[in-house]
Design a binder for this molecule. Structure first.
Ligand code: PMP
Length: 442
């Protein structure tokens, strides 16, 4: 048994050994090829082995592999930060680099807390987040994450958090309720939660702009985030958007929140930022958050050894340049529309597919006992895991997730192919997924 398996136990079977990756394909040590329709976990936006990214990383290693940010900044970190600021929501002035999604969420939570400490509001200690959300596995990120079953083994978690409803129209929008009314109802629920906790006690509302892995790509109804922003502003509560999975082009705009017409106070990105070539994440902060620190203690009281790692920044910079040069955001939108049509063609007639939802190249298929009643499968059947292993057997990588442990929501399969995928490859992925789902539900 591979020595990594005791701790990487989420693989329910012995995994194949990956030895090579090119474009949308990964090859294992037996020579079998897998079509990577999940981009790993919505990471590999340029696919594998992109020559421009590899060349940029080589060039950076040849020059300088590492320099601690306690002593230096680097050209490559500054160039990447300037680029991120220039393309970020209005008011963004600073970037804080870390090594991944959980670290970035953790940094954002601390930055938000420190903002209020600097402003002389130390009593603000509470976060509000959403059920059915995922923000990472470090303790702070776990505390705001919306799955009680992930938090409970590690209770008491040091951060106070309250969870409100996710924006999940397929399951929770009421009969006769318009999308606008639904969005407003959720914003009212947030406001009631703020009032319950105490309007001077809440630091921030934390949400994924498009709910990712846990929720299965739940896209917000129009107006929801505008209503949320208004509630936050009315109570002086910050808005932290976690776009670790849905951001950096995945939904067809660089940041998913652009499509909601709002700017968060802190925007968290990772995965697609470095496209899997290096571990990197970032917090994009509004000027006023940074100003409070500058006027107060003078610095953000946080730090990691690998902040702004030069090779990670070089990889991310190259990824972002390729996206711009090759017009990949437009391609995500065009290819996304075609992918959506392929998914409907393949699954609209399937009784076990309740919902097909997504945006850009970020899609989920929700599995149900039957489409009419929307009744989820018994969670004990672990259908998502079956679909994953069937898909792997057919040479396809998809990202599966169970619904809720209480069986309230359905299992789903998440698809996040690279932006450079070909139409033929996407068609093959859909065909193989159809086979895997049919076999798993049988
Ligand atoms: N936030 C979201 C929305 C995520 O999807 C993830 C990872 N799936 C994380 C945070 C944590 O990122 P990482 O695994 O890089 O720590």
């Amino acid at each position: 048994m591979p020595n990594t398996q005791v701790i990487h136990r989420h693989l329910h079977h012995l995994p194949p050994t990956a030895v090579a990756g090119q474009g949308m394909w990964i090859t294992d040590s037996e020579g079998r090829r897998y079509l990577d329709a999940s981009g790993g976990a919505a990471v590999s936006c340029l696919g594998h082995g992109h020559p421009d990214v590899i060349a940029a990383m080589h060039a950076q290693i040849d020059k300088l592999a590492y320099a601690h940010t306690g002593f230096f900044t680097t050209d490559v970190a500054e160039e990447l930060a300037a680029r991120l600021v220039a393309t970020a929501p209005a008011g963004t002035s600073h970037v804080y680099f870390v090594s991944g999604g959980s670290e970035a969420v953790e940094a954002a939570l601390k930055m938000a807390r420190q903002y209020f400490l600097e402003k002389g509001e130390p009593q603000r200690t509470h976060f509000i987040a959403r059920r059915q959300s995922y923000h990472g596995n470090t303790l702070g990120a776990l505390a705001v994450g919306g799955n009680a079953w992930r938090r409970e083994p590690f209770a008491p978690i040091l951060i106070d958090a309250t969870h409100v409803s996710p924006c999940y129209p397929y399951r929770e929008q009421r009969e006769g309720e318009t999308p606008q009314q639904y969005g407003q109802r959720l914003a009212n629920e947030l406001e009631a939660a703020i009032e319950r906790v105490g309007r001077d006690k809440v630091i921030a509302f934390v949400a994924e702009t498009v709910g990712g892995a846990t929720a299965g790509v739940i896209t917000p109804v129009p107006g929801y985030f505008k209503a949320v922003r208004e509630v936050c502003d009315r109570h002086g509560v910050l808005l932290i958007l976690d776009e670790v999975m849905c951001g950096m082009g995945r939904t067809g705009t660089l940041h998913a929140c652009e499509q909601e017409g709002i700017a968060p106070d802190l925007l968290v990105v990772a995965k697609g930022l470095g496209g899997g070539y290096q571990p990197i994440g970032a917090v994009l902060a509004q000027q006023r958050i940074v100003d409070a620190m500058t006027r107060g203690s003078g610095f953000f009281q946080h730090g990691h050894t690998y902040l702004g790692h030069p090779v990670a920044c070089a990889a991310a910079l190259a990824v972002q340049k390729v996206i711009e040069r090759d017009g990949l955001l437009a391609r995500v939108r065009e290819l996304g529309a075609k992918f959506e049509a392929m998914l409907h063609e393949a699954f609209d007639s399937r009784v076990h597919v309740g919902d097909i939802r997504g945006r850009g190249l970020f899609w989920a298929v929700e599995l149900v006992e039957d489409r009419a009643s929307k009744r989820p499968f018994d969670p004990a059947r672990k259908l998502h895991a079956k679909v994953k292993s069937r898909a792997m057997a057919e040479g396809l990588m998809v990202y599966p997730m169970g619904g809720t442990v209480d069986g309230r929501y359905g299992d789903h399969v998440l698809l996040a192919p690279p932006f450079v995928a070909g139409e033929t490859e996407l068609r093959l992925a859909v065909e193989r997924l159809q086979g895997a789902i049919d076999a798993a539900v049988a």
